[in-house]
Design a protein around this ligand. Sequence first.
Ligand code: GLU
Length: 495
Amino acid sequence: MQKKTRLRFAPSPTGPLHIGGLRTALFNYLIAKKLGGKLILRVEDTDLGRIIKGSQKHIEESLEWSGITLDESPAKGGSYGPYNQGERKKIYKQHVDKLIEKGNAYYAFDTKEELDAHRKNHELKGKTFIYNSHNRHKLKNSLTLSGKELEKKINEGDYVIRFKTDENRVVDCKDLIRGEVSISTREIDDKILFKSDGMPTYHLANVVDDHLMKISHVVRGEEWLPSLALHVLLYEAFEWEAPLFAHLPLILKPTGKGKLSKRDGVKFGFPVYPLNWEESGVVYKGFREEGYLPEALKNYLAFLGWSNDKEKEVYKMEDLINDFDIKNINKSGAKFDPEKLLWLNSQHVQLISDEDLSKIISAQMDVDLKKSIFITKMIKPRLEKLSGLKDTFNYLINKPNFDTKTLEKLRNGEVKENLNIAADFFSGYTVIDASNLKQSMFSFLKEKNIKPGKIMPAIRIALVGKLEGPDLFELAYFFGAKEVVKRLNNLSSAI
Ligand code: GLU
């Protein structure tokens, strides 16, 4: 019988959700949707020492903001819960006991100091110490100890449980992106499956849960590829059918050199988390707070490791699901390009209706809806993101400040005179007629024998404070003749 399609996103709450994690969640979501399956959130909180307070909440809220909807999760529940591994301790113990019974796992009692000494010893001989068939017969474990001594050690509870890797065979693993990967068991160590604190390690809990939660596809970051052979061996040992595996390529720094890290956000000045994250009194800005749209972020992240065979770059979710195909996921790392993301964001801003955008702008800039509709029409075409609007477009509400450098530059030539001429022109209006403002102004200038290039930049500075902003005539219409004259006079008396 063919398995139902069930994918899971399985983050560890050891910190906020990073865009790498969000990309993994998105690829799982896209594949689940494409194949008509389900997406599950499983929180892998078994490494007690590394859990960071608030990170599960950050993960859940980030997924929600991103619109990556879950079918089963800690918050939502489902038929295969609990979905926090911390609440499944008993299950792992039962399973690891089964492996011991079958001879696939064993107790090990070596202390950290003893293992360090073995490692050093090997290094001195130019070798690498590996805890598997090479060495396990010389170490302290239930394969070398017996009788009362073994019983005593087990009762003391100070042990770990290790997987007993086959001595000498090749494990054939299949990855949907990379094809066949073969690994010799001589290179795999007898990984710890269960720790002395009564908790499973990632490997055991992950395999047990993927089986019990009936996961059909395991889609995760490339950093887990080295664990694949062990996982395949674990499925074999339990006599379970393994799911399909796909390991996503790394996300690289904008320079292309090395993996994108949390610190790169601060270094290069862009967010790396979907939502704000506060740590030791420092707030790390999220994409949401920086004015990015979840649709744009998803669109961008989809292309970090996937490529379509079309020219199309701007995608809405339904089209993304339609065009997405595991076959088109790449093996090589994908460079994170903040500029491209910003461009995609501006494209998605254009897809927001004027009505919806003006509500956002009205709330952010503290202006009434009528004014906001006007502002929206003016600024939308060049709007890249939805943050800091109140500051960026402050000149639409309050008169601009001029910096001394700008004023210095304007002090040369006939700028002052031109500003007065422009003020004269606008004084002629009670109400600006938007339809022929440009034309009338140009004929006025022609009459006065002034080239537009000699006057327009100064008018813009008078209205905006700098050489940027929307179309000058739209701006003048927005302000009204009286305000325009006021601003022109203002600049004129400042220079
Ligand atoms: N908890 C692991 C992580 O955070 C999950 C890896 C997997 O998906 O198997 O990366």
